[in-house]
Write a protein that binds this ligand. Sequence first.
Ligand code: C2O
Ligand code: CU
Length: 484
Amino acid sequence: SHSLTLTRRALLTSAAAYAGSAVLPDAGLGRTQAEPLREFRLKSAPGTARLVPEHDGETLVWNYNGAVPGPEIRVRQGERLRITVGNGLAEETTVHWHGIRTPNGMDGVPHLTQPPIAPGETFVYEFDAVDAGTFWYHPHQRSFEQVGRGLYGPLIIEEPEPLRVDRDVTWVLDDWRLTRSAGISDDFGNGHDMMHNGRVGNTVTINGVVPDDFAVRKGERIRLRLINAANARIFGLDFAGHEPVVVALDGQPVAPHAPTEGLVVVGPAMRVDLVVDMTGGAGSRVSVVDRFYKGLDYRLVDLAYADEPLRDHSPGWPIELPANPLPDPDVGEATRHEITFNGGMMGQMVMAEMGGAMGGSSRETMDSMMNMNHGDGMWFINGRAATGHVMDPMLTLEQGRSHVLAMTNATAWHHPIHLHGHSFRVVSRNGQPTANREWQDTVLMAPREKVEIAFVADNPGDWMFHCHILEHQAAGMMGVIRVG
Ligand code: C2O
Ligand code: CU
């Protein structure tokens, strides 16, 4: 496996080679036959969007193909995607296919898996749709601003035989920090956001618009694919009287179950597939409310029932999804790696003390401190804060073996922790085995929580490992894990 330990130069060369060639090196993901090739084009550029319909003005955004979200890329499992990305922005960009197990050179991480796409340039991504499920795409270059301004889109890979439902619906959730005139607040990457819970906004959109009603019919069954494209907001959705069933997490099927404590929790970058039976009364209205942040309930959307029911009872169709071809880790034989997350502000007390000691309001004081420290990093993985272009691995995993990452969140904040190139099983939380051993690519860790994840390191290359609160990532909470 040592021969697979590539230098940065070799990676850049191979990324360039991938782009120009239809024949990809086998990433060890079991590609066996030539599949239909599906071609797509994406172009990132500045544009406008009508995020808030009752507001007169449009919002200046950055988007793909003129829309927020970008076009839904939808293919069948086993098909091959070729996506030509053009860059119409005034700065470099890339596209990362979040949750998709691509070969390393197609992963879209600038300076690590490919050179960034310069303004006016294009890059061709090509990979197989190995796993069915709900995924998404977004830039990996200054993502706290590029994603925050509207660059993202859904990527759906259908099962060979999709679940039987009345409607298959995708909701891409985002959370914007808008000014009174519906402009995007320009304070990207400020020290306060970076040090606390990230850029939490004031306006939530579904598929790029502040929703009014979502029309449903009694008796209808909907597969609802939730994608959280927000920089930092964690959603905890209450479907008020409905009993949504979780059938997949981060695209990967899970034993169908009710959400814990009734809230459908979707951390940044995470996806939850629900089967929701519309059991409300004909003609009624029911609000879906985000209750994640205590005391800050946010009405997301109203389910508006038509007067005519579709049917009297919910259908009895099966809701179990077929498993994806993931290698099951052997936890007993796995190599164990301890990972500790540190940093950030420890809470109001510390802030207040610092503010008092320095004779200013705590917010101003923190901002000036952050400016002084800019570039030093404010969040740490195993004592290291990575900013800028991360290259040298924090961890090297032997390829083909099972590994357990025993992670400790030693901070006072939530962190959605994402690993590229692999899906992992969440095997324990705070020492307790999980009920569903769910496959995820992004696991939400509560303050002080310990989480163990396990996976077979079967996809060679250098992979990003980071918090998906994009301000935390930019402020040091990232690293590279090498498989090889
Ligand atoms: Cu969704 Cu490293 O990203
Ligand atoms: Cu974080």
